[in-house]
Design a protein around this ligand. Sequence first.
Ligand code: T3D
Length: 263
Amino acid sequence: MTYETIRYEVDGPVAWLTLDRPDSLNALTGQLSAEAGDAVAAAGADDAIRCLVITGEGRGFCAGQDLKDPSLGTDLTKIDFEGMLRRTYNRLIVSIVDLPKPVVAGVNGVAAGAGVSLACAADVRIVSSAASFIQAFVKIGLLPDSGGNYLLPRIVGYAKALELSITGDRISAEEAHRIGLATAVVDAESFRGELAAYAAKLAALPTKAIAASKRVMRKAQGLTLEETLDLEAQVQAELGATHDFAEGIFAFLEKRDARFTGT
Ligand code: T3D
C-alpha cells in the first residue's frame, strides 16, 4: 500500500508510524485509518520489529475525526456513524491493543477526541511538554468512541475519565502525568530524542514476554483470580521455552547484561 496520510519508517528494531496531515493537526480520515491499520499490520508481521512508535507530524498528535472531511457529506444528520466506526477506528484500535509488541504513543502535541483514544490504545504514552489532551466529543454532542469508554477509565480511573468525558476540558501534559495518562513528560526540545531512546529501550527487552503481559493482563480484566492464576501458569510455561528466558537466566548467573533477541 502506498501511504499518503501517514509515514511508516523502520529504524533498526523500531517502526515509526507518523500521522502526516499536519495542516489539520493530523485529524483522522477513513484513508488515514486504513493506512495506519496497514502499517500496524506491517509492524506486526515483521519479526525484526520489536517496538512500534505512533506519533504526529507538526504541532499536533491527532485532533480526532476530521470534521471537514467531505466524505461525511453535507447532511450531518445522515452520517453513518456506526458503519464508519466499525470499518475504521474500531479495527485500528483493536489492532494496536492486540499487537504482540510494545506500542509507544509519542504524543508530540494536542490529542483530541479519537486522538485521545488512539494514544490510550498504546501501551505507554511519552508526552511532550507542549502537548495537551481533550475528550472533545462532548463539545460536538457525541460520546467518546474508539474505545474511549474502555481504555481511558482503565488508565486514569472511572471518576477522572468520566469527568474529562463530560466536561471536554483540556488538560496539560503535566496534569496528564499527574493522573497517570502520560507515562512521562519530556521537554519539547528534546522530545524526539527521548522518545527514540524510550522506544529503543523497549525494543531491547524480551518481546515475547511483553506480548504475553499485554495479552494476559487484558484478558485478566474479565477473569476471576483463579482463572488468571491458571492462565499465568499456562503462558509462563510457554515463555519458559523461549531463548530470552534462557538468556535472562544465564546473564544473571554470569553477572552481565542480558542480550535479548525477542525469540
Ligand atoms: O464522524 C464523526 O464525527 C464521528 C467520530 C468522532 C470521533 C471524534 O474524534 S469526535 C472529536 C473530533 N475532534 C474535535 O472535535 C477537535 C476539533 N479541534 C479542536 O477543538 C482544536 O482544533 C484543538 C483544540 C484540537 C486545537 O486547537 P488549536 O487552537 O491549537 O488549533 P486550531 O487553530 O483549532 O486548528 C489548527 C488547524 O487544524 C485549523 O485549520 P485552519 O483553520 O488553520 O485551516 C483547524 O480547522 C484544523 N483542525 C483541528 N482539528 C480538526 C481540524 N480540521 C479538521 N478536523 C479536526 N478535528
